[in-house]
Design a protein around this ligand. Structure first.
Ligand code: AMP
Ligand code: MG
Length: 407
């Protein structure tokens, strides 16, 4: 039997970031840059107005005060997006809008609030300093400046910057494509009324959503029966679009545990026991001509989900090249007691809340690996060490935050 950490180390040791790919800007969101991005033009790319107002020569308005306003003729309007047909000579002004290019001759913009807003002539009652309210070419980014470096995670503001400098595509570590399917003759898809002894399949839905939350492109294949030929055909079919395969079910010691039977013969998948609860039977290895990594998770829904959180999520993050790999761990005060088996690390479904500045965590529901309603209530797992069996209320425990719905 392996410890959780040993298994995680073994898994992560075989995975690395995917090869860089040139993608559309929005497809790069949430990915890591695989190039240094250099601006090809300055930003702003021309001197433009920071205000709605009047472009003037500051010397012409130097004497303006509320008591001694200066009145200048207005020779025209420049809207954002319009070209520079005007030039401002001695004693003239041009009405100008935010973002419009500064006309030749002008060296500042008087905001409309300092004036009477005139159209043919304008009364100005405050003196500007030269350069006032002009956004200078290159003051944000200069031409040939490196704006983002390789390894930067692209969030909304970085995507905005890339667009501002005119980049339509960038090289990133792409999102891993994760193919998810479930095995079991008892499973029917949602929307189909289960017959006697059948159940609605839920793992592939939960894990597809979880894989997306982790940053992957997830393809839900759905249900494969416990039939070796069909399972083989399905895996082979799906490999073309998979950077990672995740299956659930069929890996315990039952007579129809097909995943184990098929993959033990093929590829390099190793089936083993990990000292954790839930989620003890685990499988990991590679399949197919490209040695595509595959996780075979247990079928019980809570076991499948916990296994995903503990092993698959960090694997997806490693393939994406992003940090942090792991969910945040915090120390919290335990509000109710925990009993657990010896020799295994338990992941106990719980709700964590901040009460008067301290984390307080309350276990929810039972230990059964089929209890999905309790799982959906939980927003955290208490991570209880393998060495203990009883943890009394009031103890300080380690808690893995799931960053899901908080209320
Ligand atoms: P297995 O690991 O295939 O032996 O399945 C263990 C338990 O989990 C059984 O009660 C299955 O019916 C249940 N189970 C397996 N796969 C799924 C699934 N995809 N959705 C919901 N329950 C499942
Ligand atoms: Mg099964």
């Amino acid at each position: 039997m392996r410890t959780v950490d040993e298994h995680l180390t073994a898994v992560l040791g075989t995975l690395g970031p995917l090869p860089p790919l040139d993608v559309n800007l929005l497809d790069a969101h949430g990915c890591v840059l695989a190039e240094d991005v250099v601006a090809t033009r300055p930003l702003p790319s021309f001197d433009n107005s920071q205000m709605d107002g009047y472009a003037v020569r500051s010397v012409d308005v130097a004497s303006a005060t509320p008591q001694t306003p200066v009145v200048l003729p207005v020779i025209g309007d420049i809207a954002a997006g319009s070209g520079g047909v005007y030039s401002v000579n001695n004693g003239l002004s041009v009405r100008i809008m935010t973002g419009a290019p500064i006309p030749a001759g002008a060296d500042c913009v008087i905001p409309v609030e300092w004036t009477d807003g005139g159209v043919a002539r304008v009364r100005i009652d405050r003196a500007p300093s030269p350069g006032l309210f002009i956004r200078r070419t290159g003051e944000d980014v200069s031409a040939n400046e490196t704006v983002l470096t390789k390894g930067t995670a692209l969030g909304a503001t970085q995507i905005g910057l890339l667009a501002a400098i005119g980049r339509a595509r960038v090289m990133v570590r792409p999102r891993p494509r994760v193919v998810i399917f479930s095995t079991g003759n008892e499973l029917v898809d949602v929307g189909v009324e289960p017959g006697p002894a059948q159940i609605s399949e839920s793992n592939s839905y939960a894990l597809t959503a979880a894989a997306r939350e982790a940053g992957a492109i997830a393809y839900r294949v759905g249900i494969v029966p416990d039939d070796p030929t069909k399972l083989m055909a399905m895996i082979e079919d799906q490999l073309v679009r998979a950077d990672l395969v995740v299956t659930t079910g069929g890996v315990s010691a039952g007579a129809y545990d097909t995943v184990k039977a098929v993959l033990s013969r093929l590829g390099t998948v190793e089936f083993l026991k990990v000292a954790m609860q839930p989620g003890m039977p685990q499988g990991f290895g590679t399949v197919g001509p490209d040695s595509t990594p595959i996780f075979t998770l247990p079928g019980n829904p809570v076991s499948a989900y916990v296994s995903f959180e503990v092993f698959v999520r960090p694997a997806i993050r490693r393939m994406l090249g992003v940090l942090p790999l792991y969910r945040p761990l915090v120390r919290a005060t335990l509000a109710g007691p925990i009993s657990k088996p010896a020799g295994k690390r338990s992941y106990v479904r719980a709700r964590i809340e901040v009460t008067e500045g301290v984390y307080v965590v309350t276990p929810v529901g039972g230990m059964g690996s089929h209890l999905v309603a309790d799982l959906a209530m939980a927003n955290a797992f208490v991570v209880a060490p393998d060495t203990v069996t009883e943890i009394p209320a009031g103890s300080t425990v380690s808690v893995m935050m799931l960053e899901r719905r908080q209320s």
